[in-house]
Design a protein around this ligand. Structure first.
Ligand SMILES: Cc1cc2nc3c(=O)[nH]c(=O)nc-3n(C[C@H](O)[C@H](O)[C@H](O)COP(=O)(O)OP(=O)(O)OC[C@H]3O[C@@H](n4cnc5c(N)ncnc54)[C@H](O)[C@@H]3O)c2cc1C
Ligand SMILES: NC(=O)c1ccc[n+]([C@@H]2O[C@H](COP(=O)([O-])OP(=O)(O)OC[C@H]3O[C@@H](n4cnc5c(N)ncnc54)[C@H](O)[C@@H]3O)[C@@H](O)[C@H]2O)c1
Length: 446
């Protein structure tokens, strides 16, 4: 196992989910492991991504439930922005130390500093050389910034989640995950939100008709959408930041969020020095997550891949690398069905074959549609919105599910094993769920 020639068996650059979920069990097996991190331990998801966002979203969920049950419950409910941000800080504040403690408990050396290659087996950590048999690039992504005049006047998602005061008028550029999730949170807390996007639709990776339900609901709540509007500049006026686009478009706002995507951290890490192949989408790897240089691998968001760049994907990859390095497998990585969810309210979640793909291929797929408010269980909370489509293959195995509803994330999680393992009528007949519950409601549709 241990290669005395090097300081470490495996050295990871980056400490996010692309690293630690696999590095911890690897070190526990006796491998000598180091992790180089220039920022907060745990990376994006715990510190400025999933965990922070879902904490800020919690009062929005409550507000929606309250709204649906209005008349049965009385009074009013508003979100205190400052307290919400403070609560988020309390929830996530201890995570770097917690994760660091887990790493150290299995003997991992956590090296604080910027990592870059000196040669294929040597990484300089703030100038200090550390050698390893295998090196894993897990450097993640950073926010893309529009390259237009005034770009320095706009902000990113981390800055949004740390805002001491909620801006009265918020302009959000882009209409992907971050744009719509943050539009939801800011609108619920009382901001006037405008989403400005260069395309003709939001959330391009998701089924059009489901996205429309989310967008219509946000519009009903006062969020403005400017589609087909490519921003050309940001300008500072006396009392506003002005977003400008072609054809005289001008939008005055108090704060601008640039949510135009995230790009791989491939600069300044010495990739060219060791000839690791990459492109604008990230590091190029083979089906063993190995780069073109034998002992250098990549994991997580920094990989150029077709799978969604999400935490569950990063966890699966780091766990696969642990199995590969520990000799538990020699097989190529075989990705499972990876679910995704946009944490708007209602949520939009999906897994497997999409309704659009199924509709285009009726020879292979059948589609079943369910109007969520018709489900008695959703009537308990008086849910008004929602749609669900289940996709079956010709043997009636469940191969895909998409839902927009208040509980779409839980529904898709419930259906996930059926999609991954292609459950048919025989297997489905063996499953019983707690009743009443969202799981029994989800399976009741099958
Ligand atoms: C606002 C937001 C919300 C999100 N919400 C969700 C969600 O709800 N669900 C979900 O599944 N995903 C979500 N994501 C995506 C999720 O955070 C990522 O998929 C996940 O964090 C990827 O993990 P990673 O380890 O590949 O990269 P990261 O977590 O980004 O870790 C990379 C680490 O590498 C470090 N690093 C980079 N270069 C160097 C260097 N040269 N030397 C030393 N250290 C370096 C960085 O500091 C960073 O800590 C969200 C992302 C954002 C931005
Ligand atoms: N719930 C979740 O799982 C979740 C939540 C937030 C973020 N994330 C992750 O973070 C990533 C980044 O999120 P995001 O919302 O920034 O990216 P995204 O790819 O979802 O959306 C980017 C948006 O910016 C627009 N855009 C891109 N280039 C542009 C340009 N030059 N001018 C104008 N508009 C442009 C796109 O059309 C799109 O609307 C996601 O892809 C996802 O991997 C996941």
């Amino acid at each position: 196992m241990s290669t005395k020639q090097y300081d470490y068996d495996v050295l990871y650059i980056g400490s996010g989910h692309g690293t630690f979920d696999g590095a911890i069990p690897l070190a526990a097996k006796g491998f000598k492991v180091a992790i180089v991190e220039s920022g907060l331990i745990g990376g994006t998801c715990p510190n400025r991504g999933c965990n922070a966002k879902i904490t800020l979203d919690a009062p929005v969920v409550l507000q929606r439930q309250f709204e649906d049950l209005k008349g049965i419950v009385d009074g009013s409910l508003s979100i205190n922005w400052q307290k919400n941000v403070a609560h988020k800080d309390e929830v996530i504040g201890g995570l770097p130390d917690f994760i660091s403690g887990l790493l150290k408990s299995v003997g991992i050396d956590v090296l604080s500093g910027h990592g870059s290659f000196q040669d294929a087996h040597t990484v300089l950590v703030d100038g200090q050389a550390k050698t390893a048999d295998k090196i894993v690039l897990a450097t993640g992504l950073h926010p893309h910034r529009l390259n237009i005049p005034g770009s320095e006047l706009a902000h990113d998602s981390s800055e949004f989640m740390n805002l001491a005061t909620l801006p009265k008028r918020l302009a959000i550029i882009g209409s992907g995950y971050i744009a719509l999730e943050f539009a939801t949170i800011a609108n619920a807390a009382g901001a006037e939100v405008t989403v400005v996007t260069h395309g003709d639709r939001a959330l391009r990776k998701f089924d059009k008709s489901f996205v429309q339900i989310v967008v219509d609901d946000l519009q009903d709540r006062g969020v403005q959408f400017a589609f087909n509007t490519a921003v050309t500049s940001f300008e500072k006026a006396d009392d506003a930041f002005v977003v400008k686009a072609a054809d005289g478009f001008e939008l005055a706002s108090d704060w601008v969020l640039d949510a135009t995507g995230r790009i791989p951290n491939i600069e300044n890490i010495g990739l060219d020095k060791v000839d690791v192949a990459y492109n604008a989408h990230g590091i190029i790897v083979n089906d063993h997550l190995q780069t073109n240089i034998d002992n250098i691998y990549a994991s997580g968001d920094v990989i150029d891949k077709t799978q969604p760049k999400l935490t569950p994907t990063a966890i699966f990859e780091s766990t696969y690398l642990k199995q590969l390095f520990a000799g538990e497998t020699t097989a190529a990585i075989k990705y499972p069905a990876i679910p995704s969810v946009v944490f708007t309210s209602p949520r939009l979640a999906e897994v497997g074959v999409s309704p659009e793909t199924a509709a285009a291929d009726p020879e292979h797929y059948t589609i079943e549609s369910h109007h969520i408010p018709d489900d008695w269980y959703r009537q308990v909370g008086k849910e008004k919105l929602g749609d669900n489509r289940l996709i079956f293959d010709k043997e009636h195995h469940l191969v895909g599910a998409t839902e927009v509803s208040a509980q779409a994330d839980d529904v898709i999680n419930t259906l996930l094993p059926a999609v991954e393992f292609k459950f048919g009528p025989a297997e489905l007949g063996r499953l019983v769920y707690l009743f009443p519950s969202i799981s029994s409601s989800a399976f009741g549709q099958l």
